[in-house]
Design a protein around this ligand. Structure first.
Ligand SMILES: Cc1ncc(COP(=O)(O)O)c(C=O)c1O
Length: 338
């Protein structure tokens, strides 16, 4: 099977497995695991933040951000198709007790003027705006890169109102690889940043959340409350360190593969490409074939290709480390036959 469902399906490399095997470990709840500490320090340094925390998943990192930044009864501003809004089981509301307020964006980018207008004035009828959340790259918008200037404008407004900005950067390194903007620049436009080690970077488990030392101290407690205080976590942090230090540069290959697949699919009868392919996600619409996403996905599957539905007639393909150029060529040939 050529698995293009998500970059989460990547398997750890031989070097990552070896690093897990040899990892020096300690009890991370006592902040005594050297491999976790090394990963957290490296992540904080790379993003230009004071501190970092290794968390179990992107979802947990985002939830810790909401729990640490906000109080129950507050409101969180975020893009209408943000992962935090669509795909995290309303956990922000369930755990942090906050109300999401969505703003429809353009390719994942909210209009800074609309964000400014949505910030609540001081009035006993209203919730306070407790956090603004950005997402880069934006998953539902097809891996779209949210421009740095857009983030800058929103962050400036947020600071005027002393509202914290959290960046869901599950795929931030894809934005870095594709745009040439440094990860520090992106990270400088948010108070806290979550990014995933386990997606395109290939680590088996985990995400990082970065921010100020004071924020991370509180976040560490929330992680513990959520059951995310892991003990000898060095065995998963060591592969994460390799993901962070050795796997970011190669993401451009995934982007080239995505572009090739998109260009070829666009020329196939009945298929159209819904997104501008900035990074590793391609949204292919099958309406021209008179089929549903499910029907076309079944045909792909019987031809050894996996992808996921992303709308009634939309299919998402994600390129990643475990899909080679040759695999992409095979996918193109089989789709041509279909
Ligand atoms: C933008 C974005 N944020 C957060 C997550 C959640 O990450 P995890 O699956 O590690 O919980 C995902 C997962 O695909 C994502 O795409």
């Amino acid at each position: 099977m050529i698995d293009l469902r998500s970059d989460t399906v990547t398997k750890p490399t031989a070097k990552m497995r070896q690093a897990a095997f040899e990892a020096e470990v300690g009890d991370d709840v006592y902040v005594e695991d050297p491999s976790v500490i090394q990963l957290e320090e490296k992540a904080a340094e790379m993003l230009g933040k004071e501190a970092a925390l290794f968390v179990t998943s992107g979802t947990q990192g985002n939830q810790i951000a909401a729990l640490t930044h906000c109080k129950p009864g507050e409101e969180v501003l975020l893009e209408a198709s943000a992962h935090l809004f669509l795909y995290e089981g309303a956990s922000m509301s369930a755990f942090a007790g906050v109300q999401p307020r969505t703003i429809k964006g353009n390719r994942g980018a909210m209009d800074p003027a609309e964000v400014a207008a949505a910030i609540r004035p001081d009035d006993i009828h209203f919730p306070e705006t407790g956090m603004i959340c950005l997402e880069n790259t934006h998953n539902k918008a097809g891996g779209a890169i949210v421009p740095l200037e857009n983030m800058q404008q929103i962050y400036e407004t947020a600071r005027e109102h002393t509202i914290p900005v959290h960046l869901d950067g599950a795929r931030l390194f894809n934005a870095v690889a594709a745009s040439g903007v440094s990860v520090k620049h992106y990270a400088s436009q948010a108070d806290t940043v979550q990014f995933c080690l386990s997606k395109g970077l290939g680590a088996p488990v985990g995400s990082i959340i970065t921010g100020s030392s004071a924020f991370i101290r509180k976040a560490r407690k929330w992680r513990k409350r959520l059951g995310g205080g892991l003990r000898q976590a060095g065995v998963i942090a060591a592969p994460g360190y390799i993901a962070l230090t050795e796997m970011t540069q190669r993401l451009v290959e995934d982007h080239e593969n995505a572009r090739l697949l998109a260009e070829q699919a666009a020329a196939m009868p009945g298929l159209s490409i819904e997104n501008q392919v900035d990074t590793n996600i391609i949204l292919i619409n099958v309406a021209g074939r008179g089929e549903t996403a499910g029907e076309y996905l079944e045909k792909l599957k019987s031809n050894g290709i996996l992808a996921v539905p992303f709308g009634p007639q939309t299919i998402r393909f994600v390129t990643h480390f475990d899909v080679s150029r040759e695999n992409i060529q095979t996918v193109i040939d089989r789709m041509h036959r279909l």
